[in-house]
Design a protein around this ligand. Structure first.
Ligand SMILES: [Zn+2]
Length: 271
């Protein structure tokens, strides 16, 4: 775990200088004996840059701080999560399916979309689902400074509170991207950072069958499943495939004996 609040972009900047220095020394024929030190430093710098970036974008791993991607449990429980909404008519359609199946889920909402469709957010809460913060403009937090991160997160929490009368202690950074500063700022706000263990890339609309198959093949006890009822702030893409896939995923997982919980329930320590 990295405790310094150094931005990923700063780390990559320093590593780029080191790589260029190493390559320059090697090119000039310096420090080549007993081995090509400059070249090796450059290669190590590239590898380190790849590692720091990989840790910032992969949904599992505690390199920059603790995240919740799944729960290690022997119980057959899973959590369905829906990102980027509210987004009519898809959020409504998913809520209808959840209601009929009596399945709770967690919705990581974009603040701007919640502001646009407050009734949909109220319906999510009224029907017993959980709400999490997914920033106000679906901003890539790796590219945002601390002021922008504060605004994005705090305004979304305030919006959720205004509309529903309840705050949230859950946040999912857009794309799951985070670095040391992002994690520190979430910790200051006592927000749990929630990632996922099962992604079907439903946001690319690969076909209902593909979304269902990819999801079911990766599900295990304690899984957090990522799906999308929305589409960033653009709200351009259809989410009809996700709606239909959700219906089938619930049916299949129920048949396999899974029960569904909200993210907060999955984060509780095992009994
Ligand atoms: Zn998102």
């Amino acid at each position: 775990m990295l405790d310094l609040n150094v931005r990923l972009v700063s780390i990559l900047g320093v590593l780029t200088v080191i790589v260029l220095l190493g390559l320059t020394l090697d090119y000039l024929g310096k420090l080549q004996r007993p081995f090509r030190l400059g070249l090796w430093v450059a290669l190590l710098g590239i590898a380190a840059g790849g590692l720091f970036t990989f840790m910032a974008v992969r949904p599992v791993g505690h390199f920059y701080g603790p995240v919740f991607s799944e729960l290690k449990t022997a119980q057959k429980v899973v959590a369905l999560t829906f990102d980027d909404g509210p987004y009519p008519p898809y959020t409504d359609q998913i809520l209808d399916i959840l209601k009929e199946a009596r399945v709770p889920a967690t919705f990581f909402v974009v603040g701007l979309n919640a502001q646009k469709y407050p009734d949909l957010l109220r319906r999510i809460v009224a029907e017993g689902h959980q709400v999490g913060n997914h920033t106000y403009h679906h901003l890539d937090l790796l590219k945002a400074d601390s002021v922008a991160i504060s605004k994005e997160v705090d305004s979304t929490n305030a919006t959720i509170m205004d509309i529903t009368g309840k705050g949230t202690l859950l946040v999912r950074p857009p794309h799951g991207f985070r670095d040391a500063l992002v994690m520190e700022m979430m910790a200051e706000r006592k927000l749990s950072v929630v990632e996922w263990s099962v992604a079907s890339r439903d946001w690319t609309n690969p076909g209902v069958e593909t979304i269902v198959d990819r999801t079911l093949s990766k599900v295990k006890n304690g899984a957090i499943i990522l799906l999308h009822d929305g589409d960033g702030v653009e709200q351009a893409a259809s989410r009809a495939q996700t709606v239909e896939a959700t219906r089938r995923i619930i049916r299949e997982l129920k048949a396999e004996g899974y029960t569904f919980v909200t993210v907060s329930e999955i984060l509780k320590p095992e009994d």
